[in-house]
Design a protein around this ligand. Structure first.
Ligand code: WTA
Length: 644
């Protein structure tokens, strides 16, 4: 079943931007003259000065990646002004659908431009300048897109922090990039509940001396405290501002945003994206992968707090003049038909979501889907984690009625946009495979020593060359950038993912090969959860691994060693779960905690995670070599007391 080939549909190919022949031609053109190819693709965005220098990349030594590096532009002009100039001012840019099904709103390009300019002017008045960092901690409301574009307008670097993160997680991200302004809201709404964003922000700001001003959007009207001199209501501070604002001239390599993401070790890294290459990549991939055509309604269900929201709710669709739908709610509320009710209500043509949502909805049966008209749908997309063939086929058959191609898009925060995915008019799909690289993308599979494997093979997924949307550095820590991505395999970008390539050259992503886990499409460093656990006074040591989870893909399994004299009780277990939620946020909630009097360690003291992963997955048959363990007895003890 997994190798079932789903052919390109002739009716899709006939009018696609890219059919099979075009795809071949693009690959050949890029191979023959990359500079000419990308110089031409760069024309898809608006430049104040067109680039003549196209690509300068070195994956060795200090690592240097530059694209379009004498070009000048402003990202917000590509997303707003030029569409108005082209007569599309009255077209809807953003459809906002509220958590409460009775609420929605439509914002035209002209209105969006005005709102962005007013906020940008207010920010300038507060003293925010080009290069300053601005933290955005907002729910899924139109203001989130306005805030991002207003930062871009004045050349400030935005750092969006997911609204589900705790005060501590927010504070450490603000501190790392020394943000001077925070933009937040009174409260958010999700699944009928309220999220106390301003209260969280107040707590975070106790340890963030660099923040001079806070702009607060009034969303729910819930009561909040406003600190005199520091906090400003959005509506009040923008009220008297003009509806135009001179866009800052940015070099293509000036930063556009920072987005924190989890890695194997240490605290989250500030992934830095710059302006020109990122915008070209966002536009190129959004148009070609979703085969976006003018007038279509496009909906990506991600949150703007993640990279998917940056590239495929805001920058990609707006650069292409699309109508992008922003959804404040969750798939399961008020009922399991919500996604499809929204599709029917707004006549969505392109729908992009995560496997975890598909699996959760699949469990509810076909009725909630079939109760709603989905005839507007043309293309379906998946992102964030491997999609199992069963979920893929359900999405294809039940949701898309075998009419809509499914594009399984593989990419990362670091890659800025999609790298491996079918092009719906050009590439036959296989359920569960991200299929083939986009034109210009050069993946390879290497073994543990970095040897490139040819043909059908399985190993580590790397990229041999750059693409315009690639991250440029880790904010404030360029050595860590080289260390994290370019030192495992010399001269190659290492993704942290494992992959298999079949005889047709199709890629099957097998998941992370490092200590990152993927919980419901959210990236989580096991080290982060461990450090949250050991911060609790009762905990001596903790080791966290991923375990298979039917809906979430992976769940969080924690082995906890208590301090001497502390009793392992059910009350304490619940307390530790609540503790991690409070320290990091609800997305880090452990699914299982096992009391571990001892952890399997090598004689040099290194925890053998391979063994812990196997026990968590209940695959205790072939545990492999345990002879290097300091105390082999702990393994049996852990097996006997496995949780769940
Ligand atoms: C995983 C999200 C399989 C992968 C865009 C990657 C996927 C990590 C897919 C990045 C996919 C993302 N198939 N795995 N289609 N898409 N992943 O940074 O492990 O939040 O390294 O970016 O998600 O997660 P991130």
């Amino acid at each position: 079943m997994a190798d079932e080939l789903i052919a390109v549909k002739p009716e899709i190919a006939a009018r696609a931007h890219v059919d099979a022949a075009k795809r071949e031609a693009m690959i050949a053109a890029e191979a023959a003259d990359p500079d000419a190819f990308w110089r031409n693709e760069a024309k898809r965005i608006a430049w104040m000065r067109e680039p003549t220098k196209i690509k300068s990349v070195d994956f060795t030594g200090d690592i240097s990646i530059k694209w379009f590096w004498d070009g000048e532009l402003n990202a917000s002009v590509s997303c707003l002004d030029r569409h108005i100039a082209a007569g599309r001012g009255e077209q809807v840019a953003i459809i906002w659908e509220g958590d409460d099904p009775a609420t929605d709103a439509k914002v035209t390009y002209r209105e969006l431009h005005a709102r962005v300019c007013k906020l940008a002017n207010a920010m300038r008045r507060l003293g925010v300048k080009k290069g300053d960092r601005v933290c955005i901690y907002l729910p899924m409301i139109v203001e989130a897109a306005v805030a991002m574009l207003a930062c871009a307008r004045i050349g400030a670097i935005h750092s969006v922090v997911f609204g589900g993160f705790s005060p501590d997680s927010l504070a450490s991200r603000i501190q790392d990039s020394a943000c001077s302004l925070l933009i937040t809201a009174d409260e958010g709404r999700r699944g009928g509940r309220r999220v106390p964003l301003k209260a969280n922000a107040d707590e975070a700001l106790l340890t963030c001396p660099t923040i001079r001003h806070v702009i607060v959007a009034k969303n729910t009207g819930g009561a909040v405290e406003m600190m005199e001199g520091r906090d400003h209501w959005w509506h009040a501070i923008t009220e008297g501002e003009g509806e135009s604002c001179e866009p800052e001239r940015m070099n293509a390599e000036d930063p556009l945003f920072i987005l924190y993401t989890s890695g194997s070790t240490g605290k989250p890294k500030g992934v830095l994206h710059t302006t020109g290459g990122y915008m070209v990549w966002a536009s190129f991939t959004h148009q070609n992968v979703f085969d976006y055509r003018e007038g279509e309604i496009y909906w990506c269900t991600a949150d703007v707090g993640w990279v998917t929201g940056h590239t495929y709710i805001v920058y990609g669709p707006l650069a292409n003049g699309a109508t992008t739908l922003m959804f404040e709610g969750v798939p399961s509320w008020p009922d399991a038909g919500r996604f499809w009710q929204v599709v029917a209500k707004h006549k969505v043509n392109i729908f992009y979501t995560a496997p975890t949502a598909i699996r959760a909805l699949m469990r509810e049966g076909e009725a909630p889907v079939k109760n709603h008209d989905r005839s507007s749908l043309r293309i379906l997309g998946s992102v964030g984690e491997p999609i199992n063939p069963e979920a893929w086929l359900w999405y294809y058959r039940v949701v898309g009625e075998e009419r809509c191609p499914v594009v399984d898009t593989w990419w990362q925060t670091e890659t800025g946009g999609i790298l491996i995915s079918p092009l719906p008019g050009a590439v036959a799909q296989k359920p569960g495979s991200a299929t083939l690289p986009l034109p210009g993308v050069k993946p390879a599979i290497v073994d543990g020593e970095g040897r490139i494997l040819d043909g059908a093979a399985e190993g580590n997924l790397v990229l041999l060359d750059s693409w315009p949307g690639q991250m440029r550095t880790i904010y404030g820590d360029h050595p860590r950038f080289g260390q994290t991505y370019f030192s495992t395999f010399k001269g190659m970008y290492f993704t942290g993912d494992g992959a298999r390539r079949d005889a047709d050259g199709y890629y099957w992503i097998t998941g992370r090969v490092d200590d990152v886990i993927n919980v419901a499409g959210h990236r989580m460093g096991t080290a982060e959860v461990e450090s949250a656990l050991v911060a609790h006074p009762a905990v001596a040591e903790a080791a966290v691994v991923g375990m298979p989870h039917d809906i979430k893909g992976q769940g969080i399994y924690a082995y906890v060693t208590l301090k001497a004299g502390v009793e392992p009780t059910e009350v304490l277990r619940k307390e530790l779960v609540a503790w991690v939620r409070k320290e990091i946020g609800p997305i880090a909630t452990p699914d299982a905690i096992q009391w571990a009097p001892g952890l399997p360690k090598t004689r040099s003291g290194k925890i053998m995670r391979r063994i812990l992963r196997k026990i968590a997955a209940n695959e205790t048959e072939g545990l492999g070599d345990t002879s290097t363990l300091a105390d082999p007895g702990v393994v049996q003890e852990l097996i006997d007391n496995r949780v769940g």
